[in-house]
Design a binder for this molecule. Sequence first.
Ligand SMILES: C[S@@+](CC[C@H](N)C(=O)[O-])C[C@H]1O[C@@H](n2cnc3c(N)ncnc32)[C@H](O)[C@@H]1O
Length: 275
Amino acid sequence: MGLVLSIVTKTCSVHGGQTELEFEKDWWKEYFSGDIVQTLKIVEGFKWNVDTDFVEEALALTEGSRILDSACGYGRFSIALASRAYRVTGLDFSAELLKEARFEASRRNVAVEFVQDDMRNMKYDSEFDAVLCWANSFGFFSDSDNERVLQLISRSLKTKGRLLLDLHNKDAVIRNHLRKTWFAKNNYFVLMDWSFDARLSRSILREIIVDANEGVVKDQVMSMREYTLHEMKLLLEDAGLKFLQVYGDTSEGFTPEGFGIDSSLVILAEKERER
Ligand SMILES: C[S@@+](CC[C@H](N)C(=O)[O-])C[C@H]1O[C@@H](n2cnc3c(N)ncnc32)[C@H](O)[C@@H]1O
């Protein structure tokens, strides 16, 4: 077949007992670029059907609300929210995913401002009524850079503006996800090997994609800082954000009662004051 994906092999090294703990710091740059669109289609497909009602209600959006979709990816939430006439800025680092987002917004005739930027450098100041950060898009960086991102999100919000964060739940990751899994899709086998570095509180995913005809077409590693609700509450407080509610996923959608050690971790917070 015509598909040729580059082989990307990375290592995540941690030196036991040393103070200099390492991981591939900028793994996300390569991971979310190049053939990311193709990879995404193989691994999970594009999921356009998002829970916009939940997001709208949690963020208490009102007519004309201005929303920042931080790490918007291919723009599924940006486009869904803009379709409801909110003013949306979708920010992402990946040129390839933003191209998809722009294409889809234009195909649906929806106006979204898509911006290519590193979320660690966001310069917004008290501009947004709400920030959405969905699908585990918080935790890619070093602890200090992750905390900086939260500070920048806080700065981008107006006073009383709300943040909705959808994260891995560290407790659930440790209990349920540390294993090898695989599935077959079309001509591909996707192999996933999850492990956890307890010194850094980072989960490590080695993902291998095998084309039945061509063999291994992708071999890559990602490393995510995982947080518990309790840790996130402390970080939110440091960033001037007041914790409002936690939700977990249930068959009826996201509910406060659904949150627990095995659930996802969706946090709603509010900007308390200008800093
Ligand atoms: C798991 S995807 C989530 C996308 C989107 N929120 C969604 O729900 O579909 C993570 C996103 O983070 C983006 N990303 C990674 N590092 C980034 C950075 N430094 N600055 C901005 N975006 C980044 C990736 O390009 C990718 O689109």
